[in-house]
Design a protein around this ligand. Sequence first.
Ligand code: G16
Length: 543
Amino acid sequence: MQIKTIATKPIDGQKPGTSGLRKKTRVFMQPGYLENYVEAIFAGVGGVTGKVLVIGGDGRFFNDKAIQTIIKMAVAHGAKKLVIGKGGLFSTPAASNVIRKLGAFGGVVLSASHNPGGEDGDFGIKFNGSNGGPAPENVTDAIFAATKTITEYRIADIADIDLDRLGASKAGETEIEVVDPVADYVELMEKLFDFDKIAALIKSGFTLRFDAMHAATGPYAKAILEGKLGAAPGSVINAVPLPDFGGGHPDPNPIYAKELYDFMASPGGADFGAASDGDGDRNIVIGRGAVVTPSDSLALLAANAHLAKGYARGLAGVARSMPTSGAVDRVAAKKGLDCYETPTGWKFFGNLLDAGKVTLCGEESAGTGSDHVREKDGLWAVLLWLNILAVRGESLKDIQEKHWAEYGRTFYTRHDYEAVDTAAAEGLVNRLRDMMPTLPGTKVADLEVASADDFAYNDPVDGSVTKKQGIRILFKGGERVVFRLSGTGTEGATLRVYLESFEPDVAKHGQDAQVALAKVIEAADTLAEIKARTGRQAPDVIT
Ligand code: G16
């Protein structure tokens, strides 16, 4: 086996964002682009010689080719063993599970998550550490630093591995094993949830529909929902992962998962609907006549998780990202649980989970998860919901309304302005930052600003400090608006505006969130001059 050392030069802009490096697929396909970044990963994590690595992705266009390159580079670096999902597939949570189960050094996960795929779509790559979670900031900083000093990369001159054939082979010192990506995950879910109770619910006539959006979760959802739990064949739709996600956009929001939302709103809809994203870590759940916001889902799961066997012992604590609504805080307060507020990015939950401080975490961006892996987990959330529905024997709508009656309802919405001119978006945020000291006392749209700050996080486990994580403006009535720029977009800047208000009055819980939040929305636009500065009259996506 020949190992080639290829001279190269640093490539600008290989800075990992909220979740690894995400770029246009064509950018990744440029000669040397992927190779440079993989070499930088290997350098940033301290080398992979003699190490076990898990490799897989969400199956999007270029996934297969990228995996072959990564295999050859890991072989050239003398990795001990590479464990690869059949067909090059691993959902993000399944990869996290396998890393943990094998005690691997880490994993390379290929995905741009909810971003569209295809040659003209997006691609992404991230490194997960031995805890199964996304690399923390000190590691992503080291990887970025390595991209700026790289002079060469190493790659083994070997034939492509047949990713469709299960089994082990050897290249140089490296054992390469292609494994079933689904089996270990199914086993883990069986340990956490009462499959017999969920199966009995389904047998009694309860119907469900799961939209896998032609992405990574399809095979897992088929195996569990239809295979193990007895849901009718066809309950899992768009189940086959495709390189272009069937021409769709694998983001389970009301725009891109419209097929599911429309079905659930129709007279023939199911009792329970759910969808996940490109790499299977996000989820949304819908009941008959009830859409659950991700922030509410976290709160409801926190209030009810003990009904599933894997969480019967109760929760150690809960965590949410800062822009996620305060609904879960109210559950934590009532149950006497610690509640942590972290920056956006699942990597920030890793230390809290590893230290046993929290059991459940969640984000407004359709992510919920627990200490069973170190990633958010779409199908896990769906199964926890089904377990709760099976035990309580009530509809999702009833459960949600009872929850609001007990804890109050936190109205919540996120407005996204996508592909905005980067200078304009940065200018908007910088201006708000400059205005912060003078904002308290300002009256706007009938609301009075109580405080304004730029969120900073002091990690209670390792003491690291992360600054500038979003401008928070709190109003006297408890309403809140948060402004931040996305770290996962691949075109211009995406401005995210997170809006919420708390409503204790049950009589008002039935309102539409956009109506209930009208004043907060108006205040946000006036304060930040959103329309004028972005040139947009309305958000591109409302969730
Ligand atoms: C990633 C992160 C999440 C984050 C989301 C959106 O998720 O893991 O923690 O909430 O991006 O981040 P941003 O607001 O910066 O775009 P995923 O599902 O895209 O991997």
